[in-house]
Design a protein around this ligand. Structure first.
Ligand code: GLN
Length: 530
């Protein structure tokens, strides 16, 4: 069985197509189907790795080392499964493949065109995902908004795709926006009518409409949308803003979306089993008390830049049964004074690149170390903790990372050997999952449940410099985890401190609502007991 669901977006961006696609995935998986989700991104970058987080939010890293769109993070969290490089298709990848084929002579004699060559490549990539992962249902989220020039080849491809797969094997879901006009107290359906009009112009008739907005739409609006869009009234769903993204599968299912999908895709009706999901939400609703967490970073103006981090904290806050009030602190502001850190129960310095704000992060690590406040350093956050320790405990005044101070006499963080001759910036960092052995069985080993090793995901060029290892450890900052094959330090842990942990990897990418990451949970628990 091979079924496909295409999710498009109308009227405007940021409506939550990613969460909706992920929610449909959760519902269908809970019915016992094997489900995967694929994202089309219409931009020409080969991957999200070369984009500024301010523009595009976080770069999500998969187990196999792909730098992908942040929606892949939603898919993994909702499906509770790993996804791969092939689950994120960009225009850049599609054009690159077609142009390489043209140069090789694969199309010799023909004029290479968007239709049929680009569209064929897009369709091929959908089938690769569904076949490689042997899934029953493949959900494809088409990035961008209907009407954009950029997404046209993708829309044309999915139109052709339905022709090839046939009725009953493909469902088109269109997510749209219904504005509420305060002046007249009305919900307006016109933008939706236009957006569906655009879709129909290119030959796509949506089967389902999901209406997003501040308020729920009622029978009247559904009737009107049905009349103008040719979508049956019972196939129109209302999805107003949810206070928790994990509630979206439950909201959609309350209106019976699985039943509608079964009808369109000619599936025998099954009962979605969302008990574990409901339990997880219930746990979240029953949290007691609040701890204050300072997150010190340089991209805090756009919280999407720390999406997985935010979610990982949420999962662990559910698990630990306490609310976490996050105070986002621009690291540059700590360069003059750390007063804003007073009274927090924990400090977290996440990943990042570039020099701006580094000194503020170093001050944050120092503040946490000296005041015995739980500290969690992730990637760059681990590196700054080591720099701070070298500067202030080992008294190497100019200690630094070679990334920020190439002339330092104490490069405690340095470029990896294999990075030294790399000139291309795209996809060349240390990426994806690597094995981390516990070489010292201190607290972190216990947090992870006494396993001999774990796999965690990476995205960085610089590393702990082994030349300083002994001296750093002698003073109490222990290297407890290592990628043994290359003798790379991966986890540091401070003795005589309630919680001071730095990791070279990004644990946030592996945290799931149904299985929160043990390090985040240990950190939240440590904050709770301060
Ligand atoms: N800039 C640092 C490096 O490249 C840290 C990267 C990160 O935090 N992801 O090593």
């Amino acid at each position: 069985m091979k079924k496909y669901i295409f999710v498009t977006g109308g009227v405007m961006s940021s409506l939550g197509k990613g969460i909706t696609s992920a929610s449909l995935g959760r519902i269908l998986k809970s019915e016992g189907y094997k489900v995967t989700i694929l994202k089309f991104d219409p931009y020409l970058n080969i991957d999200a790795g070369s984009q500024n987080p301010f523009q595009h939010g976080e770069v999500f890293v998969t187990e196999d080392g792909a730098e992908t769109d942040l929606d892949l993070g939603h898919y993994e969290r909702f499906l509770d499964e790993n996804l791969f490089q092939e689950n994120n298709v960009t225009s850049g990848q599609v054009y690159q493949t077609v142009i390489q084929k043209e140069r090789r002579g694969d199309y010799l004699g023909s004029t290479v065109q968007i239709i049929p060559h680009i569209t064929a490549e897009i369709k091929r990539r959908i089938r690769i995902v569904s076949e490689n992962s042997d899934k029953d249902i493949t959900i494809v989220e088409v990035g961008g908004t209907v009407g954009d020039i950029e997404s046209l080849p993708f829309l044309e491809s999915i139109r052709e795709f339905k022709m090839e797969e046939g009725e009953g094997n493909v469902a088109f879901v269109h997510l749209t926006y219904i504005p509420y006009l305060k002046m007249t107290g009305e919900l307006k359906t016109k933008p939706t009518q236009h957006s569906v009009g655009e879709l129909r112009k290119i030959g796509i008739q949506p089967d389902i409409i999901i209406a997003r907005g501040e308020r729920d739409i009622g029978k009247e609006e559904k009737k009107k949308i049905a009349l103008f869009t040719n979508v049956r009234e019972e196939n129109i769903f209302s999805l107003s803003n949810a206070d928790l993204i994990y509630k979206v599968p439950l909201i959609l299912e309350r209106e019976g979306i699985s039943c509608t999908l079964s009808r369109i895709l000619h599936l025998r009706e099954r009962e979605p089993k969302l008990f574990d999901w409901q339990e997880m939400i219930k746990k979240g609703m029953e949290r007691k008390g609040t701890v204050k967490l300072a997150i010190v970073g340089k991209y805090i103006k756009l919280q999407d830049a720390y999406l997985s981090l935010n979610e990982a904290i949420r999962h662990s806050s559910f698990e630990a049964g306490v609310n976490v009030d996050i105070q986002w602190i621009e690291s540059e502001l700590l360069e003059d004074s750390t007063a804003s850190l007073k009274g927090v129960n924990g400090i977290l310095v996440p990943g990042g690149f570039g020099k701006r704000g580094i000194e503020g992060m170093i001050s944050a690590a120092q503040f946490a170390r000296e005041n015995k406040i739980p500290y969690f350093g992730i990637c760059l956050g681990m590196q700054v903790a080591v720099i701070e320790f070298a500067k202030n405990v080992l008294k190497w005044k100019d200690a630094h990372s070679a990334e920020f101070m190439p002339q330092t006499t104490h490069p405690v963080i340095d470029l990896m050997e294999e990075q030294k001759n790399i000139t291309d910036k795209g996809g060349t960092m240390r990426l994806g999952a690597y094995k981390c052995d516990f070489i010292k069985k201190l607290s972190v080993y216990k947090f992870y449940g006494n396993k001999p090793y774990v796999f965690e995901r990476h995205r960085h060029r610089y590393e702990l410099n082994n030349g300083y290892r002994e001296q750093i450890e002698d003073k109490g900052l222990k290297i407890v985890g290592e990628y043994t094959e290359k003798h790379l330090g991966e986890i540091v842990e401070m003795r005589e401190h309630p919680f001071f942990v730095g990791v070279q990897f990004h644990p946030e990418f592996k945290s799931r609502p149904l299985s929160p990451h043990p390090l985040f949970t240990a950190f939240v628990r440590a904050m709770k007991s301060t």
